[in-house]
Ligand binder design. Structure first.
Ligand code: NAI
Ligand code: MG
Length: 332
């Protein structure tokens, strides 16, 4: 039996998470889902966006499924990633049939360093009208994230992928921080002779995810670059409603769709649950439930291909109805 900490959060988090939980309950896997609070509403009610009992519950569970927070996102999800030391942010980019994608053969994973870089949050006012942010790159965090990326490429190669890691950086300008980032990447690559290693400048990389996305397998980059690159990549495979993510550390796995609380559509029942369902599939794989993960993915693929979807994907169904269509197609 797996204990899952469920944090719906705000806005459409309250719609896409229950829809996904319903699907997971129908996989035949024995789950105990325990709800916990966090986000804007929690802050209004209790004066704290991420209550201590939510963090404690997250620590006691086998995995955490998170929806979205609103304006308190930095105090909730960014904080939770730090507290749980989930150093790798894994963002798959995959074209599914029936979805309006840039190309129909896109299938790669962006691995974003999740703990340092410019998002370390070290900002200061150093003089009148002058503000700075410190970009932190450590050998320790680099080694960890690169090993993670190469191990992932190795796993994917077993499933038939090319076996390649592409490092994106800006070493020509950020000579010390990204110079080291790139050097350490090639040092770590020496331990993986079976996996190809290549690198691009982040600005060129931003073009290549548009012009040749089908050539990538695993892409690894630093925190801010990864944040920007992955939203752009989501746009090539159907948008934010299609983009799942996993935050992985040595002890914890925290799973969340890439999108936010979407206040413009919240409460209408039309949020696309696909990003969160794909996130649930990542959680199943993390727990070692490969068969159940494949089952849900196949059912979801059928639903997408038949356009039994929410309006953002061209369909007419509600969030709930779309989830029911997936459930109907699960092998029992
Ligand atoms: P957003 O991701 O909430 O929405 C951007 C656009 O995409 C909106 O037009 C929205 O309707 C659409 N969209 C997003 N998810 C969708 C889905 N599943 N189905 C259909 N359409 C979808 O980002 P935005 O508008 O920049 O931020 C809204 C709030 O969310 C803010 O308060 C922000 O702080 C928070 N946020 C939270 C995040 C988190 O908790 N991880 C991440 C990003 C933003
Ligand atoms: Mg983002």
């Amino acid at each position: 039996m797996y204990k899952i900490c469920v944090i719906e959060g705000d806005g459409i988090g309250k719609e896409v998470v229950p829809a996904t939980v319903e699907i997971l309950k129908n996989t035949g896997i024995n789950f105990e889902f325990i709800n916990a609070e966090a986000g804007d509403e929690t802050f209004e009610k209790r004066g704290v966006a991420l209550p201590e009992e939510t963090v404690e519950l997250a620590r006691r569970c086998d995995a955490i499924l998170f929806g979205a927070a609103g304006e308190t996102a930095a105090d909730v999800i960014v904080k939770l990633r730090k507290i749980l030391n989930t150093y790798a942010n894994v963002r798959p980019v995959k074209s599914y049939k029936g979805i309006n994608c840039l190309k129909d053969n896109i299938d790669y994973i962006i691995v974003r360093e999740n703990t340092e870089g410019l998002y370390k949050g070290i900002e200061a006012q150093v003089a009148d009208g002058v503000y700075t942010a410190t970009r932190v790159i450590t050998e320790k965090a680099c080694k960890k994230i690169f090993k993670f990326a190469f191990d992932m490429a190795r796993d994917r190669k077993k499933q038939g992928s090319e076996g390649k890691v592409t490092c994106a950086h800006k070493a020509n300008v950020l000579k010390l921080t990204d110079g080291q980032f790139k050097n350490i990447f090639y040092d770590v690559s020496k331990g993986y002779h079976d996996i190809k290693a290549e690198d691009y400048y982040i600005d060129a990389m931003n073009m290549y995810i548009i012009t040749k996305p089908e050539t990538f397998d695993v892409v690894v980059t630093s925190n801010l670059f990864g944040d920007i690159l992955s939203d752009g990549a989501a746009g090539t495979v159907g948008g934010l409603g299609m983009a799942p993510s996993a935050n992985i550390g040595d002890e914890y796995g925290l799973f969340e769709p890439v999108h936010g609380s979407a206040p413009d559509i919240a409460g209408k029942g039309i949020a696309n649950p696909t990003a969160t369902i794909l996130t649930g599939i990542l959680m199943l794989r993390y727990l070692g439930e490969e068969k159940a993960a494949n089952n849900v993915e196949r059912a979801l693929e059928e639903v997408l291909e038949r356009k039994l979807t929410t309006p953002d994907l061209g369909g007419t169904l509600t969030t709930y109805e779309m989830a029911q269509e997936v459930i109907k197609r699960l092998d029992s």
